[in-house]
Design a protein around this ligand. Structure first.
Ligand SMILES: NC(=O)c1ccc[n+]([C@@H]2O[C@H](COP(=O)([O-])OP(=O)(O)OC[C@H]3O[C@@H](n4cnc5c(N)ncnc54)[C@H](O)[C@@H]3O)[C@@H](O)[C@H]2O)c1
Length: 327
């Protein structure tokens, strides 16, 4: 199969590209290369690369030429940035998804929209199923939910062959260090303070990135058009437990933990029921207890990957956001 992977230079998109090359697919990546998109993530992989935005119909037309399906990862993905500057989120998730849907409609090819558990909002107990109502609470999740609804509208109106795949919190190699796990790993390795929002008791459902990538592949191959599929990880943990485990693995000290003012509108708990994708034959392979160890090791061994980020624009972002500089 020849696949167009939009946002394939990011954290999950590049893991998906690796999985699909391994399965014998031909890959074209279309990526705008925002601060989070990096050619390094695709280093040594045999792919075609188109530098462009999903909201640009000409770039999309060039990239989609000859492809059998489109998988869309392209997104602005950091909730904190969506609170500070929502405009890019609206443009990429709304206009970008629309342009991609038009391109697949015109060509009659299959489409998978990569989405998130955050579209359901927060849940105190139990887990969200695919028929739970969408109740997003940040500009990030609201615009992701909007994109999901646009996909559903195109399926209903035009009979598009499209599925939606909603993942829980991913972790693993090549995640941009603004996100909880790589942030804590790199700060712990450098002896920098570890900023924890609120009381640290926000619970997340962790999935290893390769498991999510395989789940998206399962939906691409076996998903029923018009259906959404939750792809949740096997383990849940409050943030503070994750942080303490990282401290242990990095050989740092718990005195580095610094509780800071909570994120506005911070969702308390996410949890997905993934029975529907399991019925298609998918199962998570990595438990959090093992995956987190491998992840800390990867960051320890791959300074070449994060050094240019940590010494670049990220420092200014960090200072602006946390009101202190990195050591
Ligand atoms: N990270 C998670 O925990 C998680 C969980 C569930 C779902 N998701 C979803 O998975 C997808 C990928 O997330 P990620 O963590 O890999 O994100 P990421 O921020 O690492 O990568 C996003 C990629 O999209 C590209 N991009 C951004 N705007 C673009 C545009 N307008 N046109 C073309 N390319 C553009 C970036 O350059 C980057 O390569 C997103 O849709 C996200 O909502 C992420």
């Amino acid at each position: 199969m020849k696949l167009l992977v939009c946002g394939g230079a990011g954290f999950i998109g590049s893991a998906f590209v690796r999985v699909r090359l391994g399965a014998g697919d031909e890959i074209v990546v279309l990526d705008k290369l925002t601060y989070a998109g990096r050619r390094e993530n695709l280093q040594d992989l045999e792919i075609d690369f188109v530098h462009g935005a999903i909201e640009d119909p000409d770039a999309v037309a060039r990239a989609v030429e000859g492809c059998d399906a489109v998988v869309n990862f392209a997104a602005e993905t950091h909730v904190d940035r969506s609170i500070a500057e929502p405009d890019a989120f609206v443009k990429t998730h709304s206009q970008g998804t629309y342009v991609l849907l038009e391109a697949v409609r015109e060509r009659g090819i299959r489409y998978v929209q990569v989405s998130t558990d955050e579209v359901y909002g927060s849940i105190e107990e139990g887990s969200f199923t695919e028929s739970s109502p969408l109740a997003p609470s940040s500009p990030y999740s609201a615009t992701k939910a909007g994109a999901d609804l646009l996909v559903a509208g195109y399926v209903h109106t035009y009979g598009l062959e499209a599925c939606i795949c909603r993942g829980s919190n991913n972790y693993g190699p090549r995640q941009y260090p603004e996100k909880l796990i790589p942030l804590m790993i790199l700060n712990a390795l450098h002896g920098d303070p570890l900023p924890v929002y609120g009381d640290g008791m926000n619970v997340r459902n962790w999935i290893y990135v390769d498991d999510f990538a395989r789940g998206i592949g399962t939906v691409l191959e076996h998903g029923v058009p018009g259906e959404a599929y939750n792809v949740g990880g096997p383990d849940e943990a409050p943030n503070i437990e994750v942080v303490k485990r990282i401290i242990e693995l990095a050989g740092a000290d718990e005195s580095l933990i610094e509780y800071i003012t909570d994120r506005p509108g911070h969702d308390r708990r996410y949890s997905l029921a993934s029975d529907k994708v399991k019925a298609l034959g998918w199962e998570a392979a990595e438990r959090f207890a093992d995956g987190i160890g491998r992840t800390v090791e990867w960051y320890r061994d791959n300074a070449w990957w994060w050094e240019p980020i940590r010494s670049g624009d990220y420092r200014a972002y960090y200072e602006r956001h946390y009101g202190r500089s990195l050591g």
